[in-house]
Design a protein around this ligand. Structure first.
Ligand code: AMP
Length: 361
């Protein structure tokens, strides 16, 4: 079976690594020559909206998936006219626009912060009168890892804010922590959930996660599964699917969704019986899914910007190194560590110790 993957970043690389033992072959499509997934399959370099590139990409494939959200929807739709494309292009379209995402959550009864689309400074001022401060101004498109966001706390912040068009204003959610749920549904309708991860960001970028999220109330886990299921049902979805959530005193509030494998699930490579990457492939192929839960906790540390002393990392028990083959650059995701625990281990303390040591290597 030959799977075409649009995008060849680290997520594509880990899909390729998961697919090799299953006998799958891949064709990766990206904009640049030295993309992280390129060692794992056939390579194609070309613009995503180039129809000639699309022809070359589609030829001889059995099905298509994608590993990042900013794939042009028209490209996904054109491919879907001739090949199975999973997850559904309609889910991709919604995930590309923060306003459509919020509207979709609202329609499905998934809690949102208050939100209003804004296209000018006047509209922003009106929206602040309705929503109040603090609030977060976000570009509707092409925002990720906190890029394109402005936190508005005071009248002076509002006066200084610049509105790129189109944008959305969201009420600031005073959360106790950030969580994410990864669900996988196969084309045959089988659905599995990974335990919710507790995620910690710095400068808008994921730094570390632990799963299962310690002390999570069972009813919140059930709620997160219910919200994910509503989206899967609404789109006739297949593949891996992620919702990022805020935990608050009054339950869970959705932040955003991703129709793909997700950084907060990288711990599943060693921390789950079957990883999010393998299950995504099984799901889009209509194969039986593998189990997602294990009694031991697991942790994830992103390696950003510069690499630590790798000899030290490799000498640590229960720490698994993953590098993406990228050049160093400030803030860039160069790799990650999975930390596998023992039943009942306090994974938060384990990660805190490791992070302290990594920062001093
Ligand atoms: P995003 O790019 O939407 O994932 O946002 C990046 C980070 O900004 C999130 O992980 C949160 O820590 C924070 N954030 C985003 N939206 C809100 C909000 N409405 N209220 C509070 N914090 C937010």
């Amino acid at each position: 079976v030959k799977i075409g993957v649009i995008g060849a970043g680290q997520l594509g690389r880990m899909l390729g690594l998961a697919g090799y033992p299953l006998g799958l072959t891949f064709r990766f499509w990206d904009l640049t020559q030295d993309s992280p997934a390129f060692p794992l399959g056939e390579n194609m370099v070309g613009a995503y909206d180039d129809s000639e590139a699309l022809e070359r990409f589609a030829s001889g494939l059995d099905l298509v998936t994608y590993e990042f959200e900013n794939v042009p929807v028209s490209t996904a739709e054109n491919l879907a006219a001739r090949l199975p494309v999973w997850p559904p292009p309609a889910a991709l379209a919604v995930s590309q626009d923060r306003l459509s995402e919020r509207t979709c959550f609202a329609k499905l009864g998934i809690p949102n912060p208050p939100y209003i689309g804004v296209n000018s400074k006047d509209e922003l001022e009106d929206a602040v009168r309705t929503i109040g401060l603090p609030a977060v101004l976000k570009t509707r498109r092409l925002g990720y890892d906190g890029k394109g966001q402005q936190l508005l706390t005071t009248a002076a912040d509002l006066a200084a804010a610049t509105v790129s068009v189109p944008s959305i204003l969201e009420g600031f959610v005073s959360f106790s922590r950030e969580l994410s749920i990864i669900a996988v549904r196969s084309t045959a309708g089988e659905t599995h959930f990974y335990p919710l991860a507790e995620n910690h960001h710095g400068d808008g970028i994921l730094r570390w996660s632990i799963a299962p999220a310690p002390g999570l109330r069972l009813e919140l886990e059930a709620m997160a599964r219910d919200y994910a299921t509503r989206v899967l049902d609404a789109f006739g979805y297949a593949g891996a699917f992620t919702i990022e959530l805020f935990e608050t005193g009054s339950g869970l509030i959705a932040n955003e969704m991703a129709p793909r494998v997700h950084n907060s699930g990288h711990w599943t490579i060693e921390g789950s019986p079957v990883s999010q990457f393998e299950n995504h492939l099984r799901a889009i192929l209509g194969w039986p899914l593998g189990p997602t839960e294990r009694p031991e906790p697991a942790g994830l540390i992103n390696l950003l910007g510069t690499l630590p002393d790798l000899r030290w990392v490799l000498s640590q028990p229960d720490v698994h190194l993953h590098l993406y083959g990228k050049q160093s650059r400030p803030g860039r995701k160069l790799g990650h560590l999975t930390v596998t625990g023992h039943p009942g281990e306090d994974m938060k303390s384990r990660l805190a110790e490791l992070l302290a040591s990594l920062n001093s290597t």
